[in-house]
Design a protein around this ligand. Structure first.
Ligand code: URA
Length: 317
């Protein structure tokens, strides 16, 4: 059927044909990838069923997926699915009540499919949706202390259609000054991890933080601050709908996985956040202070790269 369609398409307008063939190829690759992951039935509608927040109490930590390890590097358009199979290990820490945020934090999937409250936003509409949200964030005064002490809010950086989203902790002094996340020393290391390590461009991933305001003296975010800011991050994830998340550091991982487990316990395996496969790894600022942990962080990134179908460079020597 696909071949017949493709053959018929070659008779019409060139641009139309090329686009159609590209789409057919993409759909076929996606279906093959799903089939490899054991999926043989698909729902008719692209919309995901809505699961009320109150229906799920805790985020879950899941065991590592059988991340596909392509024998040969796949073409750039290929998007292999890691299809992590959740074996539930509900974490016990509960999120503190927001003060005075109107919305309670959302819950992650228990069952594996991605779950969002809002409908899918077409890639072409994502920049505008994010710009609108950024405007709302810029006027946020939910945390009186942060609103009074910030130079500006720091919303995000990168592509609104990124496959991969990095989530850090909160802006530091450099970020507060420039309004862009991860541009100080830790940001330079993150950029190197993305570009030199993973072979991606920084502008092709999406980078955000748990908090959009700099905490005074770079202190840890307070629980009510994380709760107040969480709905903004949730919207960012919903709009961008990345295929993978990389949670940087214990604040990011602790907040999104609702856990107090150490990074040593969280790294090196797969989790899900809103059903999105997620890894947790050391924060670049921690790596600057503890260079010996870079080896572990690199292993985490390689696990992510394999799942994403990216080429992992062979070890030298
Ligand atoms: N650390 C973070 O977690 N985020 C930034 O944006 C900068 C440093």
């Amino acid at each position: 059927m696909i071949e017949a369609d493709a053959a018929a398409a070659t008779d019409s307008d060139d641009d139309y044909d090329a686009e159609r063939l590209r789409l057919i190829r993409e759909v076929r690759q996606r279906l093959e990838s799903l089939a490899r992951a054991g999926v043989d039935l698909l729902p008719r509608s692209p919309e995901r069923p809505h699961v009320p927040r109150s229906a799920v109490a805790a985020r879950v930590v899941v065991e590592p997926p059988p991340a596909p390890e392509p024998a040969a590097p796949p073409p750039a358009a290929t998007r292999p699915e890691p299809a992590p199979q959740p074996t539930t290990t509900p974490t016990t820490r509960t999120r503190p009540a927001p003060t005075p945020a109107p919305a309670a934090p959302a819950a992650a999937s228990l069952f594996g499919a991605t779950e969002f409250k809002s409908p899918f936003i077409e890639p072409a509409d994502r920049p505008a949706a994010l710009a609108l949200l950024a405007e709302e964030v810029a006027g946020c005064v939910r945390c009186a202390e942060l609103a009074a002490s910030r130079t500006q809010t720091v919303f995000a950086d990168g592509s609104p259609t990124a496959r991969l989203m990095f989530i850090g902790e909160a802006p530091g002094a450099d970020e507060d000054r420039r309004g862009v996340p991860f541009i100080g020393k830790a940001g330079q290391l993150l950029t190197d991890m993305i570009t030199k390590g993973m072979g991606l461009r920084r502008e092709d991933v999406y980078i955000a933080n748990i908090l959009k305001c700099r905490p005074p003296e770079n202190r840890d975010p307070l629980p009510h601050e994380s709760s107040n800011c969480f709905p903004y991050l949730e919207r960012q994830i919903e709009i961008v709908r990345p295929e993978y998340l990389c949670l940087l550091g214990r604040i990011s991982a602790g907040t999104l996985l609702n856990t107090a487990l150490s990074m040593g316990r969280l790294r090196g395996r797969w989790h899900r956040v809103f059903g999105i496969p997620a890894i947790a790894t050391y924060h670049p600022a921690y790596l600057l202070r503890n260079p010996a942990a870079k080896k572990d962080a690199w292993e985490d990134l390689q696990m992510l790269m394999r799942a994403m179908g990216l080429v992992v460079p062979k070890k030298k020597g």
